[in-house]
Design a protein around this ligand. Structure first.
Ligand code: ARG
Ligand code: ZN
Ligand code: CA
Length: 268
């Protein structure tokens, strides 16, 4: 049994302006960043993760490569590009023929790259949205995969300050493999809330954002005050790219179960 599994990736670039048509080099820099983050080989690990949390950090044993064969078995770079008349808007069918259809999501990790704008169904602006992903229960559906903004994809090219280390994709792929946000999304603590199903990520009642500028140990949003405080430097929190640098052993249990469960077809 090989411990490390390699996931073939297809990147669908949908651009309205030339600047949104990100380079191959920018896309490949994202793959490099993923291979560091998911293997615990990221250079900033020992400076961003405090010593007290380092024993909780895991090598997720997941690796990524650009697809080398397309769904018809023909050679490919794993990158396809299309000029589109509209930026991404919620409800804009990026995964239909107006954008790019997914490559068989049971065989490939699909990543759509574009620029967000417009408003969603709640009237909230989508400008500045970093990305979103589907959990493993979407496995096989036509939109399964992730959507990422072109200015926070990869580590080279034109990138937003603070979102230039490829961690949006790291975070989104965490969701893709079944991980929840550290705070469990409920915004409350107690037995029914604050939980991401991981005992080794201290429970919090909400996200840490970049502007919170947390410094270890921080108990601002913890459910229980402890010596180590919150694990705000986890990839599944909401801090900026330079402030996050780890997954945990309990998160690895979830991602490994996803790989032998709902996403097992990626291994074939
Ligand atoms: N808001 C997005 C989500 O919940 C992405 C957050 C990514 N954070 C980052 N530092 N790149 O899926
Ligand atoms: Zn998220
Ligand atoms: Ca937890």
């Amino acid at each position: 049994k090989k411990a490390v599994v390699t996931i073939p990736v297809v990147v669908h670039v949908l651009y309205k302006t030339a600047q949104q048509n990100i380079s191959d080099a920018q896309i490949l820099s994202q793959i490099t960043a993923l291979n560091e983050d998911f293997r615990k080989q990221n250079a900033d690990f020992s400076t961003v993760v405090p010593a007290a949390f380092q024993p909780n950090a895991a090598d997720l044993e997941l690796a990524f490569c650009m697809a080398t064969k397309d769904p018809n078995g023909n050679p490919t770079t794993g990158i396809e590009r299309k000029s589109v008349p509209q930026n991404f808007v919620l409800g804009n069918s990026y995964y239909t023929s107006s954008g790019f259809a997914a490559w068989d999501p049971t065989k490939y990790l699909n990543i759509w790259v574009g620029y967000f704008d417009g408003v969603d169904s709640n009237g909230d602006p989508w400008d500045g949205t970093l990305g979103f992903a589907y959990l493993p229960n979407a496995a096989g559906l036509s939109f399964d995969g992730l959507v990422i903004g072109c200015f926070n994809m990869g580590t080279v090219g034109s990138l937003w300050v603070g979102y230039d280390k490829g961690r949006t994709a790291t975070h989104e792929i965490g969701h893709y493999f079944g991980l929840n946000h550290i705070w469990g999304n409920t915004g409350v603590c107690g037995t029914t809330g604050g939980s991401d199903g991981c005992a080794d990520t201290p429970a919090t009642n909400g996200p840490y954002y970049e502007q919170d500028n947390p410094v270890f140990p921080d108990n601002q949003y913890t459910c229980t005050t402890t010596a180590n405080g919150a694990m705000f430097m986890n990839y599944m929190d909401y801090v900026a790219d330079y402030q996050m640098a780890m997954f945990t052993n309990d998160q690895k249990t979830i991602t490994s179960n996803t790989m032998i469960g709902p996403r097992a077809s990626l291994l074939n």
